[in-house]
Design a protein around this ligand. Structure first.
Ligand SMILES: [Zn+2]
Length: 82
């Protein structure tokens, strides 16, 4: 969480993600999914994760696959939290 432009990590996935991204504000599926569990928890906890993880929110607007993953995560977390 809380990473900026100077994100560490120079592995092949990071580079591939950067290569594939179309929107400069969209971190892409790979990066999005790293934060998706946090995003799901924030959705349940505070209901407004877009202000905390704007990149993920931007990506979710254009990616049905990640939206499905988020829905599944929220359901899973919701069922396991008491
Ligand atoms: Zn995606």
């Amino acid at each position: 969480m809380g990473d900026g432009p100077g994100v560490s990590g120079d592995g092949p996935w990071t580079r591939l993600d950067g290569f594939l991204r179309a929107d400069p504000g969209d971190p892409g599926c790979t990066r999005c999914r790293l934060d998706l569990d946090v995003y799901a928890e924030l959705t349940i906890a505070v209901g407004a994760p877009a202000t905390l993880l704007p990149g993920v929110a931007t990506h979710l607007e254009s990616c049905a696959d990640c939206q499905d993953d988020l829905t599944g995560l929220i359901a899973a977390i919701g069922h396991t939290t008491d």
